[in-house]
Write a new protein. Sequence first.
Length: 971
Amino acid sequence: MIFLTLGLCFVVARLSFGVLGIHHLHSQDVLVSEANYLAESDPTTFSKNLSSCPGYSLHSLQESKIGLIAQLSLSGPPCNAFGTDFENLTIQVTYETDSRLRVRIADSGNKQFTIPESIIARPPPPTTSFTQSSDLVFNYESSPFSFWITRRSNPDAIPLFDTRLSSLPETPLAPVITDDTSTALDGFPLVFEDQYLQLTSALPLNTNIYGLGEVIASSGFRRNVASNGGSIQTLWARDIADPVDQNMYGNHPIYLEHRFNETTNEAQSHGVFLFSSSGADILLLTPPGASQSLIQYRMLGGVLDFYFFSGPSPHAVIEQYGALVGLPSWIPSWAFGFHLCRWGYVSLNETMQQVQAMRAAKIPLEVMWNDIDLYHAFRDFTSDPVSFPGDEMRAFIQELASNNQHYIPILDAAIPHPTNVTDVYDPYIRGHEMGTFIKNPDGSEYIGEVWPGYTVFPDWFASSTQGWWTESLKNWSDGGVEYSGIWLDMNEISSFCQGSCGTGADLSNTSVPFLLPGDTGAPVIDYPECYDALVFGPSGNLTINGTLTCTSNSTLSTLTKRGLGAGAEKGVNLNTPPYAIHNGAGDLSINTLATNATHAGGFVELDVHNMWGMMEEKATHLALQELQPGKRPVIIARSTFPSSGKWSGHWLGDNFSKWEYLYYNIQGILQFQIFQIPFVGADTCGFNGNTDEELCNRWMQLSAFVPFYRNHNERGALSQEPYRWNSVANASRTAIATRYTLLPYWTTLFANASLRGTPPVRALWYEFPTEPELFAVDKQFLVGGDILVTPVLTPNVSTVEGHFPGRGQVTWRDFYTHAAVNASNGTATLSAPLGHINVHIRGGSALLLHAMPGYTTTETRTGPFSLLVSLESTEHAFGTAYIDDGITNPPSESRDITFSATTNQLHISSDGNFNVEQTLQQITILGVNERPVKVSVSRENIENWQFMSGLQKLVISDVSIDLNSAQTVSW
Ligand code: MIG
C-alpha cells in the first residue's frame, strides 16, 4: 500500500476524509526509470548563493531606428548559483509601437530555449521608428548593467520598472516571508545561467498589481504585494483541484499595474509581460521596513524577454497585450446559452432525460455535455457501444440540433496505449505510425497513466500531429458524436505516474490506481460551509421540516491550504533543476510528464511543459475550422498559456461547492480578462463535494452574468441541475431570461474583444480609475462598462452591500425596477432575497436588448429588440451594438449601430452590410424629467407612449423601427 500524493481533481476530498488516498498502486509504477534528469544538474557544484554573482556590464551598443542592440559581459568570476553563468549576453531593445516596448536579453550563443514563432506568432518588427514618440522610454546604466522604464509623458515619476541596485533595498535580507527560507534575498544582480535566471525590479510600496496566474489568490483579485511579505506566483502547469495561493492549471506571466497619484488625482495603468514558458517563481515582496516593494523573476531556463505596455488605461493595457499575443477567438451566440454537464451521466438515456427534465421545468438549456462516462473504456474519440451507442448518439444530437440545441463532449489529453497486440485502437495505431507521440530521451514512446490505463501523449511539435488530430476528431464525429464544440480536459498534462511509468510497465493493466469519487468506499460527503449533513441528512435542502438548515451567515474558511512555502517543505523531492520553484506538488514530474520527456525538434518537457495545453487548443481550433468550415470553433480548456484565448475559452477547473469558491469565481473571471481569454466561467453550484439549495440558487444567478455559463458536478455528489430544487429553478429561470435579454450586449462586448481586445468583464476600478476605494473590490464586477453586478456571496442573508462608483456623479438604476440607487458615501445596502441578484445600469448608457427571451438563444434572436436608455443628469447616453449572424467566423457581414441621446432626442445610426431583420419594438428612456408633449420617431408622431413621473421613465411601445438605417426619436 502506498500513500498517493498525486494532485488529482479530488485530492482535497481525500485530504478531508483522510482515508481515500490509500489504494493500490501497480508495483511497477513506482519506478521513474527514464527520469534521469539533465546530467549537468549536479547540485553539489552550485553555490546556491547569489551574493557573489557579479552582474554584467554593457558595451558595443548600436542604436538603430527601431531601438538598440548591445552586448553584456559577465563583470567578474561566475557565481554558478543554480546553474552555469553565461559570459556573454545580447540585449535588444525594440520600440515596437508607441505603446509597446520590448526588452530582450538572451545568451549570445542562442543556446537557451526560446518560444518558436510557429508556436506563438507575434507581430513583425516595426518598419517605422517609434523611438522618439513612444510613451515608454528605455534607460540604462552600463556597469553594473541595469535598466529602467519611464514614461516620456511623466519622466520624473517613479519608473514603471527599475532594476537598478540603488532603487532596491540593501541586501542581504532575511526571509521576507518568514517561514520560507527561499525568500531570503542575497542580492539583486542580473543572473543569467543555463538553469537559473533572475531579474528584480523595484515597485512603489504596496502598489496595485493584478494578474500573474493562474491562481486563486487569498488576497483577492488585487495581489498581495506587502502584507506578511507578499506572494509567490509559481509557473508550472499542474492538475490540482483549485488550491489557494498555489500554481495550478494555466500559466500567465503578465501583470497589470495601476498607479494613482492622490495629489494630482491622476491615474495610469501599464502592463509587463514576460514572454517565457519556463518554470518560474515570480515573487511580489516587501521586505520589512522597506520603502519600496519589488518583483523578482526566478526562471529555470529560457531567456528574459519582456514586453512593456504603456496603457495608460487598464483597457488599453489589456488591448495592447492582445495585439501582441493574439485577440480572442469569435464566440458564436449559442455559446452564451446555458450549458449543463456532470461527471456521472452514465448513459445516453440519462443524458436525454436531463434534456427533457430541463424542458419540462421550462429552464432554458442550450448545450448538453458529457464527461468521460461517454467513453468506451475511458478512451478518447469513442463512445461506449452499450451506454452511448454511436447511431443513437447521432440521432440524439441531431434531435438537439433540430431544437436549436448543441452538444459538447470531453476530450482527454492522454491517448490510450493498446493493452496487447490484439487490442485495435485506431487513434493510437495511426499516431504510432505517424510518429505523433512524445518520446523518451532514447526515442521510445513515453508512457504515462491516466483513466484508460497506460497512455501516450500527442506531441504538438511533430509535423504529423495536426493531421492525425483532425482525422481523429473527424472519425469521432463520423461515428455519431456530432459535437458542436470540444471540452479539453487534463491538458497540463495530467498523468498519474510520477514522471514516466517506466519501460516494462504491464500495459495490459487498465485499472485506475485509486477509487473514483462516488465509488463504494469513496462517498462524497462534503457540503457547503453552512450545511451540516450529520444533523440534516443528505438532501441539501434550505429548510427541513420548516427549519432553516443554515443558521449562521459567516463564510467559514474550512479548507486547508498549503502555505506559500510549499516548495520549502521538508521531505519533498525537489532535486532537479537546482533551483526549486514553489511547485505545489513538489518535484516537477509529479502528476505530469517527466521533465526530460522529449518532443520533436529536440525540445524537452522542462522547457515546453507550460505550453502543452495551449498547443492542444490551437490544434483543436484548427481542426474544427477544417471540420466545421466557416463556423466559429467552440473550445473550453483547462490548461492555458498566453495566446490560448485565440483558440479557446476556459473554465476555472475543479472548484468546491463552498461559499468561499462562489467568491473566488469573480477574481478568476477578472484574471482571465487580463489574460485575453475572456470566455470563462466556473463550475456553477460547485464541482467537488455536495452543493446545497441556497448555494446553488445564488450561484445559478451569479453565473448568468458571467461569459461561460455551465453547471457541472462531480461524480457521486448530490444532483445539482437547476430544476433540482424549486427555489433554484425559479432563480434560474429569472436569471437566464435576463441573460438572454442581454444577449446583444454580450455579443457586442465579445465582438469588441475579438476586434480590439477590450475586456468584456471588468473590475470596477477599470471604469473609475481615480477612485482608490475600488482598487481591491472583487465582490462585484461590471459586465462591459454599463452593467454592475452585486451578487450575494454568503449564506443566510437577504441584503447585500455594494459599491456604486462615480462619487455621486453617476446614476445607477436597478435593471428590473429602474429605480435609482441612493448611494451616499458610494455604497448602498440592497435588498437581496434568495432568488434575486442585484443588477444596476449605469447612467449614460443605451443598451440594445432582446424583447422576448426564448427557450434558446436562437429563438430569442428571432424576436424583436428593445432599447433601454438610462440618461445621466446631464441628459446624455450612448451605446453601441454589433450585430451579425452569430455563427459565421469573421470576416463576415456585420452591422454597427450606435445610440446616442442628447436633450430630448435619441439618434440611431447604422453602418455595415449585415441585414438586421428584427425591428426595434420598444424604447424605454430613464431620466426624463418632464412629461413630454409629443413623441415622434423620424418625424412621425407616435401615439403609444407612457410616462411615469416617479421613475422619470418614458416608454415608447409598439413601434417597429428598422435598425438598418438612421433614425431619430424625439420627445
Ligand atoms: O481528474 O473527467 O476538471 O471537470 O469532470 C478528474 C472527469 C478528471 C477533471 C475535470 C472535471 C471532470 C473530471 N476530470
